[in-house]
Ligand binder design. Sequence first.
Ligand code: ADP
Ligand code: MG
Length: 397
Amino acid sequence: MRTIGILGGGQLGGMLSEALYNYGAKIVFYDPDPLSPSFHKSANHYQGDWNDAAKLEDFFRQCDLVTYEFENVATDLLNYLIDKTKKPLFPAENVLKITQNRISEKSFLKQNNLPVCKFIACTNLAELTSNAKEFPFPFIIKTAFGGYDGKGQWVIQNQSELEKSLAEISLLGNSTFIIEEKIDIFSEASCIVARNKKNEIECLPIFDNIHKNQILYQTNLPSQLPTIVQKKLQDIAIEATEKLDVIGLLTTEFFISKQKNANTNQDFEVDEFQIYINEFAPRPHNSGHISRVACSINQYDLFARVLLDLPLHTPKLYPGYFCMGNLLGSTWIKQKQGKNLNLSCWKDHPNIVSLTLYGKESPTEQRKMGHFVCHADNIHDCNKFSENFRKDLNESD
Ligand code: ADP
Ligand code: MG
């Protein structure tokens, strides 16, 4: 029986642990938060800071191999731990080093002729201020390290927004930033690829993603993009997985635009669509929750099979239309029942075929607390049923 260590005790680690359990593995979580929702899913867990070398070393020693759902652990420390304990990390520390920093991530895309928007790296506030003056509006300033769910991002449409944002940013203390052109997005998509040590590769179908306030709101399947565009996205995601030498899982987030500009690269133009990679996540991804219901193998199961050296399986999409809706803390707050959620309205929504709650203790407005999956015969009904369910859930009674 193998013991798998997971850095991070949130919902992604929790759902991965369920897949690993199915194959008889033991799980150990590590997370600084004593209320990590997945701690209760493991026989053993470590609660410690991300820079507590001694505790992390102890954790590594308990495991046969380690993976992560949290991407912001210092890679120098991880290298030290891998070296000292001889326990491997999947995907490897070098993958994390490139993808955890938006500057190295976008530089990697550029160097490898993968599709990327125009960007400038800024190593301090002074550089950010002078580069931002030259960059054509609209653009987005992002902290290079540590952002998620739109945190650490400033969308800048004009001069007054720039001044306001720079004033806000200057209060954060010095940091590294990236300025990105704001893409005129037609749609967003993601592609999840699993690759094992034998270089066997499996790819989940393309997911269409809808964001609200820079947070994933809904994922739809099957993708509404033309088949030829979907094929191109899968090819790019596979190429990226190989170039990064990922053993494990790699999610590639894409922007699809119909707008050409001076930076348009014809290699990544299919039909009237221009393709950009937004970012990578070398781990299971929020959009991939939908595969637990809609596909013959899901992202967690594929990843578990890579980690345990089990044969892979080619994901098949089940018939019909699916959408996955994220449930944020705002729903809990509207229901006014603290950490509990009243699900009595579910009986009126037979198309909501699955619902997962993460067991988080404190709902805050934008916090991801759970998700549901809706299944219907056509995309119109699927969207309608899912919106109706949201409406009913958001009513307090
Ligand atoms: P996070 O790490 O928070 O997911 P992302 O860079 O993926 O950060 O940004 C979150 C969302 O913000 C994206 O899914 C997209 O909707 C929007 N966004 C981010 N960067 C850009 C961009 N360069 N152009 C247009 N929209 C963007
Ligand atoms: Mg993202």
